[in-house]
Design a protein. Sequence first.
Length: 83
Amino acid sequence: MATTRWMLAAVRLRLSSWTGGSVAALDAFGVTFADSSFLHLLLNTRHRTDLRTAAPAAQLRRVLELTGAGTVLDIWPTDDAVT
């Protein structure tokens, strides 16, 4: 759990200073755990920018499917979104 909190804090910090264009990409291949905090972060980011979630691992895809978040987020099957 401490690792999850640390990761979310790091991502929040990075997003708070986001000055890039309107597209943000997340290479989600290595994301094997996602709780409500992570989903909240993804959905909030999606409202702020064009978030592309690329190559989500099976566990993340399942969470997105079960929660319906996959219908709101722009999910890319490969990491082409990040290039």
